[in-house]
Design a binder for this molecule. Structure first.
Ligand code: NAP
Length: 315
């Protein structure tokens, strides 16, 4: 993106977008700015109250915006399937899928399907959602994109292809919340990498890219303290948010760039130029997020665990 504001987003009229976790933080700003540029935007949120409130707020901020709420809980594969079916009934095509929703460093927990929560929500839920929406993405005009929102913190955890139980490595006893967050964000990048390889092999015009917001003020850092009360780390994070974080509007720019800027290459990783803040630019990523073998193994495990098969995108 040539500048530092959302005003550089190309016209999105006639395009449709789904943004997960669109009721707050980076997801909300992403949805709002896509709608401002003319896209029809579906806010995919787990709370009906928060999703509807976001629709009202967005319409007030962008009069005339086409925006709707549909329920999506990424911690429950039944909900992911219901969302995809509902979207498919209402829309014939999907131009932009923004896999933004996320949780960070939560105490140990499991999704409805028994996956460790961070991997379950941040990766497996989005893996299932993307596979189920693929027919609508394929029905879009050339230029459809999938943006997976990862994090610079992917460096905290790598995926080990030898882990017998990828969805719950070590179980509760061996759980380390930051390593689990890092693994889920590494999974976002490996998923983008493998998706890109498969789209290229299939001759598909769909592009898969990844983005990260650097360090942006949002609700993400307070998620754990909501569940277990304030801790030293959560107080430190609140202080960091107040002093160091860039505004959410800036944090959303890498995602918006990845979704809409001309010339973005498949499997690009877009983040702030200076790591935690700055204009969107190509971002550093750990070498393991580009490993073909791990990407393929993660893909196979994700298909097995979610029961969602990408039959149209064989290896
Ligand atoms: N902010 C940063 O500095 C930063 C840095 C690196 C990466 N990121 C990434 O940026 C993305 C957006 O985070 P944010 O900073 O904007 O945080 P946020 O304000 O907490 O937004 C996260 C969104 O995800 C939603 N969500 C959580 N669990 C969900 C589930 N099971 N199903 C559906 N939606 C769910 C939340 O819904 P509720 O409101 O209902 O909880 C919320 O809308 C995340 O992927 C995060 O990992 C953020």
């Amino acid at each position: 993106m040539p500048g530092r504001s959302a005003t550089h987003i190309p016209d999105q009229s006639g395009r449709s977008a789904v943004v997960t976790g669109a009721n707050s933080g980076i997801g909300y700003v992403t949805a709002r700015e896509l709608a401002r540029r003319g896209a029809s935007v579906t806010l995919a949120c787990r709370s009906a109250a928060r999703g509807r409130a976001a629709v009202i707020r967005l319409r007030a901020e962008v009069p005339g915006a086409w925006v709707e709420f549909l329920p999506l809980d990424l911690a429950d594969l039944a909900s992911v399937r219901e969302f995809a079916a509902a979207y498919g009934q209402r829309h014939t095509a999907l131009d932009l899928l923004i896999n933004n929703a996320g949780v960070m460093a939560l105490p140990y927990g499991r999704t409805a399907d028994g996956f460790e929560t961070q991997l379950g929500v941040n990766h497996l839920g989005h893996f299932a959602l993307t596979g189920l929406l693929l027919p609508r993405l394929r029905a879009a005009a050339p230029g459809a994109r999938i943006v997976n929102v990862s994090s610079g913190f992917h460096v905290l955890g790598r995926i080990d292809p030898d882990d017998a139980d990828l969805a719950d490595v070590g179980g509760e006893h061996g759980y380390r919340r930051w390593i689990a967050y890092g693994r889920s964000k590494t999974a976002n990048l490996l998923f983008t990498h493998e998706l890109s390889r498969r789209f290229t092999a299939a001759g598909s015009p769909i592009i898969a890219v990844a983005a990260h917001p650097g360090y942006a003020s949002s609700n993400l850092h307070s998620g754990a303290s909501k569940l277990e009360g304030p801790t030293f780390i959560s107080r430190l994070a609140a202080l960091g948010d107040a002093v160091l974080a860039q505004p959410t509007s800036s944090g959303a720019l890498p995602t918006l760039h990845a979704a809409t800027a001309p010339g973005v290459r498949p499997d690009a990783f877009i983040g702030p130029r200076f790591g935690w803040r700055g204009a969107p630019a190509r971002s550093w990523r750990a070498g393991w997020t580009l490993d073909d073998t791990t990407g393929e193994l993660l893909w196979a495990a994700s298909e097995r665990l979610t029961g969602v098969s990408y039959a149209a995108l064989p290896r």
